[in-house]
Design a binder for this molecule. Sequence first.
Ligand code: ATP
Ligand code: MG
Length: 373
Amino acid sequence: MPAFLSQITGHQSQTSQTTILVVDDDRIIRELCTQALRNYRIVQAATSEEALRLYEMEPPDLILTDIIMPGGSGIDLLRQVKAIDPNATVVLMTGFVNKEVILSALKEGADDFINKPLNILQLRTSIEKALGRKALKQELADIKRSDELKNTFLSLVSHKLRTPITGISLFLQNLRMGVFNPEDPIFRQSIEMASEEARYLGQLVGELLEFSQVMVNGTEVNKSTCDLNEIVADVLIKCREEHGNFDVELETAPEVLPPVPLDASKISFTLHQVIDNAFKFSDGPGRISLKLGRHDDSVFIVVSDSGIGIPESEIPKVFEKFYQVDPNQTGQIRGFGLGLFYARDFIRQHGGSIGIVSEPGLGTTVTISLPLQ
Ligand code: ATP
Ligand code: MG
């Protein structure tokens, strides 16, 4: 059942996780609300100041606040909370109907009003409706975000594909127009460049298929006992094939590891992304080292390269969807900027961690740690 439906129907397991911040200077009213809304997790505050402090520490799902309180009014609280999060849900309790107050509360974005003295049924219905509307808004925002992501992805894909296609088609046009002299070394160079673009195009399409598979399958992990050395060995063979001509020395230090509970395909995908990056960003002759080991209740995999490195300020960003370090804003960095996003997601789903240490011009080290249990 979607969260908002269960909240509308007052479904116990959903509502019990929902937190409501009840703000009233009158302790009896706070207790009454706590009793009436016992299916929810209730946090109480006696002043708007205390409420704001609690809100900043842990934003609740809904604020139910009195309007007139010593120190600061419920309208002040409403204004301050909406300034922090315009989507915050605030229901006001009012002892009297003053048109001015109601208008100013509506202007500030109040979600509902409840008259005092409180009617328990009315209170519950109003809270359930406000939470339902909030969940609905959230779902709509998620749909909008997912649409935006789809659009970003589509325009990124078309942009990325267009670059190698342009290179190949220019070469073919020149060939057809007889521009090349077969004896000219430039001709040979152009063939090499066009072949490289065709290889890259194939690789991009392969990556697209791989990422779309991940999107379809979702990020849920299905663990079974696996031999990590075997997974690493398979990934290395694949990376070696893909980066065959690369003048990169590869050192591996396999270690006898106990069997690890893993989703083999997701860990294999993750390692592929990390090792692929090590090759891709080596940018010429270099060295990649791969170490496996065990530390307490975890196993770790360390992939180091002697490549271009990542500036410190960029390191947290490289895990974001579609992010690529592109200092000159060329839009020509190879790949989609998705590998590390999914790598981190999968590692987190396994209860593990992934970290990067890097020095521009010297290289990058990626450490993955996975729990043995
Ligand atoms: P994709 O993985 O989708 O093919 P990508 O490799 O560009 O594309 P990520 O793997 O998510 O995307 O990496 C994001 C960015 O982080 C890269 O574009 C690159 O700028 C930087 N990066 C990642 N690994 C390395 C590395 N080993 N050395 C230098 N930069 C790296
Ligand atoms: Mg990558």
